[in-house]
Design a protein around this ligand. Structure first.
Ligand code: N01
Length: 551
């Protein structure tokens, strides 16, 4: 045990020595802590929120629920847990997700490893000791051999720099920090900026709760109906009999869903049959629509057919053709992550909802009473909601002040865009491992996060077995990975609309480097690559011996 002088006049804080620090109590963090405790390692975990849940702790906004079905948007590592837990709705609500996290934390006694309501302020790699020195906003100091970040892909809120926000006399909120006790919107004029997945979920409920809703839309989305419903006991019982099959399918699927490939190409299917397939997927609801044909994300004509099908649905749902036109996207289907909605388009038929297109008439400033556009028109509101998304993939990491070898900051290193190997390690930051890091796949998150935590646990076992001390991605491997993920993404239509703001490419945040942040080669292939990497003795990583580590 060593001591370190705290700054200012506070007394020196003792430094706790542990094997690993884990940051985050969402899907990745909780499971990582479970694995490390099973391995007999000492763990100190931190979570900025007062309880477990990660993104599902924070996102209390009206309408917040998953858009993957509960039975596969969960952990798979414990068969007993799969039998014990029963999902109530097809797409669990935020409270249901939070209960699930509480159940997992209690079952495996994970809370005792955490300090909640504690944010990591700095994590600095100390070359002399070869250890990570971690400091929190409560002044706590911890020294660890391993630093595992599980801070989420979409957790660092993005609040665009609208001039005048401080002059607003009403109440304003970002959806990611919605108060758990809710906000009373009765009799209020509410404005919402943003029509991504969050806005799409919130808008129908805000319209019901408020006296009047003004939606500020910059880019319309392709919204697929979610078709939420209660899950019957009988259905849940049946799912529980085939979980092995569910997880086997998940492991083989591009986006970690328990679906088979369509084995059909829209490009070589006649129009009548194509429409029948789209109709069936539309009626079923949710993500399967995206997978109704295997070429939708690769072939422009195929993509156009899906895009046009959705555009027709928008025209059919919205009674005012001018409003329908504003709601109709023109970029490739999938170039922005398609949201799932419940009564989204129909909401714009309400008398008390206005849609304001700010694509060619940008928001110029927030005034004392509302929002003023570039042409001078002002829209008065009492409550202003920012559903403006996240500094995705990198934001939660670069905001944490992580400092690697030679005093290099992660934020500085990644200013031109992240460079990682497998989205797990980055050169210059030895023994730092990332779960759902930048350049890893964007998929149904729980299976992929669980898989990466397992990979990290195995890597740590390997380091110990080889008598090494530090594992670090090589520069060569991270350059090759960056090239590979860019080349793969460019073969898809997911990043085809380069002028489309998307968190896939960082173009949703002003001033952020416009690079591919996601591995789009398929979660199944990604897991194969990670397995191969381990089988090859972690060839994209250098493992330093203790002598080198302490030089
Ligand atoms: O954020 P977004 P989100 N002026 O970035 C607008 C996951 N998620 O929180 O499109 C005007 O998608 C912006 O406009 P534009 C899911 O992966 C999952 O909604 O950039 N508007 C856009 O409309 C999702 O993809 C779930 O032109 C501005 C909106 O703000 C991801 O999180 C639920 C603006 C931001 O949309 C992010 O979704 C919710 C400006 N200056 C989220 N700046 C489920 O599991 C931004 N906008 C169900």
């Amino acid at each position: 045990m060593s001591t370190s002088a705290a700054s200012g006049t506070t007394a020196p804080q003792s430094v706790r020595e542990v094997d690993a620090v884990v940051v985050g109590a969402g899907f990745g963090g909780l499971y990582m802590v479970h694995r490390l405790q099973e391995m007999g390692l000492t763990v100190q975990a931190y979570e900025a929120a007062p309880d477990v849940g990660g993104t599902w702790y924070w996102n209390h906004y009206p309408g917040a629920r998953t858009d993957c079905e509960g039975y596969y948007y969960c952990y798979s590592f414990d068969p007993q847990m799969l039998q014990e837990w029963t999902w109530k709705e097809r797409y669990p609500t935020q409270p249901e997700m939070q209960s699930y996290f509480g159940y997992v934390a209690d079952k495996f006694d994970l809370r005792r490893h955490y300090r909640f309501a504690t944010r990591v302020e700095t994590a600095e790699f100390d070359e002399a000791s070869g250890r990570w020195q971690v400091r929190t906003d409560t002044g706590e100091r911890t020294s660890a051999t391993y630093l595992v970040t599980a801070v989420g892909i979409l957790s660092a809120p993005n609040l665009p720099d609208f001039p005048g926000i401080e002059s607003f006399e009403g109440q304003w909120l970002h959806t990611a920090y919605w108060p758990a006790e809710g906000v009373d919107l009765a009799g209020k004029r509410v404005g919402i900026i943003g029509t991504g997945s969050t806005g799409v979920q919130a808008i129908p409920l805000l319209a019901e709760q408020a006296e009047h809703l003004t939606v500020f839309q910059r880019t319309p989305n392709y919204v697929i109906p979610a078709r939420n419903r209660a899950v019957s006991q009988q259905e849940m019982d049946e799912i529980k009999t085939r979980y092995d099959e569910v997880w086997a399918k998940v492991r083989r699927h591009w986006f970690s869903f328990p679906f088979e490939n369509a084995n059909l190409l829209a490009g070589s299917t006649d129009e009548q049959e194509r429409t029948r397939v789209y109709e069936k997927a539309w009626e079923y609801g949710g993500f399967p629509f995206l997978f109704s044909f295997d070429d939708l994300l690769f072939d422009t004509a195929a993509n156009d057919s899906a895009a046009e099908f959705v555009r027709d649905k928008i025209r059919a749902a919205v009674t005012d053709p001018a409003v329908a036109e504003k709601l109709t996207p023109r970029y490739p289907f999938g170039a922005k992550r398609p949201p799932s909605g419940s009564g989204y388009y129909e909401t714009f038929n309400r008398e008390d909802v206005d849609l304001i297109d700010v694509s060619g008439n940008a928001i110029a400033e927030i005034t004392a009473h509302g929002v003023r556009l570039a042409d001078g028109t002002e829209h008065e509101v009492d409550v202003l909601v920012f559903a403006t998304g996240f500094d995705a993939s990198t934001g939660a990491l670069t905001r944490m002040n992580i400092v690697g070898r030679d005093g290099e900051t992660l934020a500085g290193k990644w200013a031109p865009g992240p460079r990682t190997h497998l989205g797990i390690g980055t050169h210059g930051f030895p023994n730092m491992f990332m779960i759902t890091g930048p350049q890893s796949p964007f998929t149904n998150i729980p299976p992929c996060a669980q898989n990466t935590a397992d990979w990290i646990a195995d890597a740590i076992t390997h380091i110990n077995a080889t008598g090494g001390a530090l594992m670090e991605a090589t520069e060569q491997a991270q350059d090759a990975w960056t090239e590979q993920i860019t080349a793969i993404a460019e073969q898809t239509l997911l990043v085809a609309g380069k002028d489309v703001h998307s968190w896939f490419t960082g173009t949703n945040v002003e001033g952020k480097a416009p690079v591919i942040n996601v591995f789009f080669g398929g979660a199944d292939k990604y897991m194969d690559i990670c397995e191969q990497e381990a089988a090859d003795g972690y060839s994209g990583f250098e493992i330093h011996t203790p002598a080198v580590a302490t030089r």
